[in-house]
Write a protein that binds this ligand. Structure first.
Ligand code: ADP
Ligand code: SF4
Length: 748
């Protein structure tokens, strides 16, 4: 155990890039986004326009690309992605998109914007251009994007059978009455769609045209037609959804007709002023044989080849299109979309969780893409293009592919990101990802615990200019991630601590200590005025009751928690994983132990393995991974007792006995804060005062155990709030759309 003496005399931890290197930042203050917060701006030589230190191999990424009548200033293209922001929070939305333009994305797109009330995805958050009242809030976004010299794109969208029109109560539209249940992700509804007649088809095209004209009025430079991800255009393309016998069904040429007419009508309406983009999913089509082409995907793209000004190509469902890094590597779309540029002269944009400029350049040079599409990488680091341009690739905050951003859309709230705590908070809290308020005092900040919360708090406090000390009792900084990233599929999550440690190492106002356990006496003696307790949490052996709450505990030999495994214990097989945490860890531990050669069973009170991972697009792959590892899955199960040879479980609804042979059990269930240090410190107020300690706060899991995203946000928030006036911490957005004149209650 480290002591104060050990801490004081221990040399600063030697991290790979050398500690104590001073960060040349040249700071001056500017006002941010009219919310009154003073921020620091990186000095002028880093401003976009002067790039003495850019790696010349990356130069091609900054070439302009013509898209119909408009020109993208570079190849960085923030493709349409859900933000959880609608007309209800137009300033939040405008600021979120504008920061990406500021960060160098040459094109910045909206998420799905519905063309008509028959495309109503409620309660999921979606935007609208249903009538002229919706123009103003979109104009706000366009203006904000244009201020930084980027193009604004709008993803006009009709959801067809994939939306349930729960609010508008219009029977959903579809080519042939086949429901889109999106069974992979389980968003269920029991409204079946109507079969569109010819008038319905004309109506949808008219609504697209009307929305496109509104989009042009709002200031958008690129207007989309959407034929992907199960939505209406896609349903016409796929023979599984399109059983029509008229001119819109049957042959590929007929199935393409609806999309062709949407493109033609949009071009006629706005094509002189706006680029017209087609967003299309090619995964299923590429898997289908075609009589005269290599696949139906080749046939569809060839038939429409020169029609759109831009091809935006992607996969078919969220779990494959937006695959979690646990199961999908960077660039995983390439085998599906690699042919498109061979059959069209128009520019092609695609995604692949690209964060490496070398991979991006390779995509361009090998003729796969013309524009580097980014959704998640642009959320995790809105300044990714600028960092490449300025030769600061090492400072990119790389997306870890955890898909918490997706889960926030499923939750119906503005986007949240594990790596970028400022995402969605640009306007509401005035948080800029690269700019930080100057320190409000000379206070020194002591952070106890160097996990995700402690590292983020330390980094942001240091960027603000505070003198920061981070001390951790462990040999390595990173907290829970040190163990968890050693488990199957989680290596990419190393980026959480790698990014922060690298940044901290570049700063002269930071001291990092490992093997330095701090207790009350050390903290009182360390002459720091503010103390953040970031000591994490611990897994308990609590069980789960039929009342569906954690209850009791299985404290006996052979019963372990993830903390025991992290400490190096290998349980004896056969082993049962009992999981009511429901996120990734239970499933990942099952995979890990199976890979070590143990016979593994997995049981949960939930209906699926790792049930919450449905929110992050991972669940179908979790089941596949467990199956591949021969892990027997038992769902709806309560764990009751264990005799060292057999675990007794029962069905949560029927009570049916479900015995499972096991020599050991790993319970992945209730996690509780490690807050003893905080509790003890706060009972010693007089001593704190005498030591000059002004505040002691808990952050991250030490406050409330959660996912990484919660820990990082908590650390970030702590550092932003140091010496901040309370009234600047939260702004409330209101809609800008005009309420049309009319009675509150319509008379019939
Ligand atoms: P979070 O996700 O909130 O950052 P973690 O559990 O990942 O939490 O990290 C907590 C870190 O705190 C761990 O690295 C642990 O070693 C460290 N820690 C816990 N107690 C102490 C202590 N008394 N002194 C120093 N470090 C501590
Ligand atoms: Fe990437 Fe995770 Fe952030 Fe989404 S939440 S952008 S997957 S780091």
């Amino acid at each position: 155990m480290g002591s104060l003496a050990a801490l004081v005399h221990k040399p600063r931890v030697r991290l790979p890039l050398g500690f104590g290197h001073s960060f040349q930042s040249g700071i001056r203050s500017i006002q941010l986004m009219g919310c009154g917060a003073y921020v620091e701006e990186i000095d002028k030589y880093r401003a976009i326009g002067e790039y003495p230190s850019m790696n010349q191999n990356y130069k091609c990424l900054f070439e302009p690309v013509t898209i119909g009548p408009v020109t993208a200033p570079n190849r960085f293209y923030q493709v349409p992605h859900a933000s959880g922001m609608t007309e209800a929070n137009p300033r939040v939305r405008a600021a979120f998109r504008a920061v990406k333009a500021e960060g160098g994305w040459g094109v910045v797109s909206t998420g799905a914007v519905s063309t008509h009330p028959s495309s109503d995805d409620s309660p999921l958050p979606f935007a609208r251009l249903w009538d002229d009242n919706d123009i103003r809030s979109h104009a706000m976004t366009c203006d904000a994007i244009h201020q930084h010299g980027s193009l604004a794109a709008v993803e006009l969208w009709h959801g067809g059978a994939a939306v349930m029109n729960r609010t508008s109560r219009i029977a959903p539209y579809s080519p042939s009455g086949i429901p889109w249940l999106a069974t992979h992700v389980g968003f269920m509804g029991n409204q079946r769609p109507r079969i569109m007649d010819k008038q319905d088809i004309r109506d949808v095209i008219d609504w697209q045209v009307a929305a496109a004209k509104r989009a042009r009025s709002a200031g958008f430079d690129i207007v989309y037609i959407y034929a992907g991800m199960g939505y209406l255009g896609y349903e016409f393309l796929l023979e599984e959804y399109n059983h029509r016998s008229d001119a819109y069904g049957g042959s590929v040429e007929n199935r393409v007709r609806f999309v062709r007419e949407l493109i033609e009508a949009t071009k006629d309406a706005v094509g002189n002023d706006c680029g017209v983009a087609l967003r299309i999913s090619l995964e299923e089509l590429r898997a289908k044989a075609s009589e005269h082409y290599e696949s139906e995907a080749h046939e569809v793209v060839t038939l429409l080849s020169g029609l759109p000004d831009l091809w935006d190509v992607k996969m078919d469902s969220s779990p494959t299109d937006c695959g979690a890094s646990r199961f999908c590597a960077e660039g995983s779309h390439e085998p599906v979309i690699d042919f498109v540029k061979q059959v069209t002269d128009k520019p092609v944009v695609g995604v692949g969780r690209f964060t490496s400029p070398d991979t991006m350049v390779s995509q361009i040079k090998r003729g796969i893409l013309d524009l580097i599409g980014g959704a998640r990488p642009s959320i995790a680091d809105p300044f990714l293009p600028r960092k490449i341009r300025e030769g600061r690739e090492d400072e990119i905050r790389e997306c870890i592919g955890c898909n918490i951003c997706i889960s926030s859309w499923h939750d119906g709230v503005p986007v949240r990101c594990t790596q970028n705590a400022t995402a969605g908070e640009e306007w509401r809290k005035g948080w800029h990802p690269e700019k930080f308020a100057a320190p409000g005092s000379d206070d020194r900040i002591l952070i106890v615990g160097g996990g995700p919360a402690g590292l983020e708090a330390g980094l942001i406090a240091a960027r603000r200019g505070y003198q920061v000390t981070i001390a951790d009792k462990a040999v390595t900084l990173g907290g829970r991630l040190v163990f968890e990233t050693s488990l199957p599929g989680l290596k990419t999550w190393n980026r959480v601590h790698d990014y922060r440690l690298y940044a901290l190492q570049q700063m002269g106002n930071v001291d990092l200590y490992t093997e330095s356990e701090l207790g009350v006496e050390e903290i009182l003696a360390l002459d720091h005025q503010r103390v953040a307790i970031a000591t994490g949490s611990h897994w308990t052996r609590a069980l789960y009751s039929s009342l569906e709450i954690p209850q009791g505990a299985m404290e006996q030999p052979g019963v372990y928690t993830p903390d025991d495994l992290a400490a190096g214990i290998t349980p004896q097989g056969p082993v049962l994983i009992y999981d009511f945490d429901n996120y990734y860890l239970g499933g990942v531990i099952a995979e890990s132990l199976a890979e070590q050669g143990l016979q593994v069973s997995y049981a949960t009170p939930a209906g699926h393995a790792s049930a919450w991972t449905i929110m992050t697009n991972e669940q179908p792959f979790v089941h596949q991974a467990l199956y591949k590892h021969n892990v027997q899955i038992t769902t709806q199960a309560l764990l009751n007792s264990f005799d060292g040879e057999q675990a007794q479980l029962s069905n949560i609804f029927t009570g049916e006995a479900l015995p499972i042979a096991a020599r050991s059990i790993v319970i992945v269930g209730l996690r509780l804060p490690n807050d003893e240090l905080y509790q003890t410190l706060t009972t010693r107020q007089d001593e704190l005062e005498a030591a000059g300690i002004k505040s002691v706060d808990r952050i991250g899991d030490a406050l409330a155990a959660g996912a990484l995203v919660h820990a990082v946000y908590s650390g970030h928030s702590y550092a932003r709030q140091l010496d901040a006036p309370a009234d600047e911490l939260y702004l409330r957005d209101i809609p800008v759309a005009q309420v049309p004149p009319g009675p509150v209650i319509q008379s019939s």
